[in-house]
Design a protein around this ligand. Structure first.
Ligand code: SF4
Ligand code: SF4
Length: 154
């Protein structure tokens, strides 16, 4: 758990520097290379419906991006469920992921823009049942949730 000035998020993600999936804690402000948004009272949200603040800077489903960029992660048992989900994605979801990775390769898209699985008005994940583990463990009301909500002004 972090302070107002240093909100960290502990999730099971891949560590870009160590090039491995690990349980890691990272500073959200550093991740997005921005100052911590000014603290203000946030309205308590009883559900995530219509929010998506935490999806807005993800670019694409994070664990699937990690697996596509680092195929050897598939040998890591902690990726087992994500590997299964990735292999069973609806064709449209897989195409959006592939297109995102191609655009990143060509430097045509920001990696911290809205997740490509968001619907047009950014109110919901279009493939929610297929979302990766990072999206599944992220908790409403957590410091990370509040960070992203402040970032998005929600
Ligand atoms: S996969 Fe869905 S839940 Fe996860 S960041 Fe993208 S839109 Fe949000
Ligand atoms: S976890 Fe928080 S930031 Fe993400 S959708 Fe739910 S309320 Fe919004």
């Amino acid at each position: 758990m972090g302070t107002v000035d240093n909100v960290s998020l502990t999730v099971s993600l891949y560590d870009r520097q160590r090039d491995e999936r690990t349980r890691l804690s990272y500073n959200l402000a550093e991740r997005h290379e921005t100052a911590m948004p000014t603290p203000h009272e946030l309205v308590v949200l009883e559900s995530c419906d219509g929010c998506t603040a935490c999806c807005l800077p993800q670019g694409a489903p994070p664990d699937y991006v990690a697996l596509r960029i680092n195929p050897h992660f598939a040998d890591d048992p902690s990726f087992e469920e994500d590997v299964q989900r990735l292999n069973q994605l609806p064709s449209e979801a897989a195409q959006l992921l592939d297109h995102y990775l191609q655009q990143v390769e060509r430097k045509e898209i920001s990696t911290d823009g809205p997740c490509v699985w968001l619907n047009d008005d950014h109110t919901a994940c279009r493939f929610y049942d297929h979302r990766p583990s990072t999206c599944r463990v992220f908790e409403r009301g957590s410091p990370g949730c509040h960070y992203y909500r402040r970032l998005a002004g929600i």
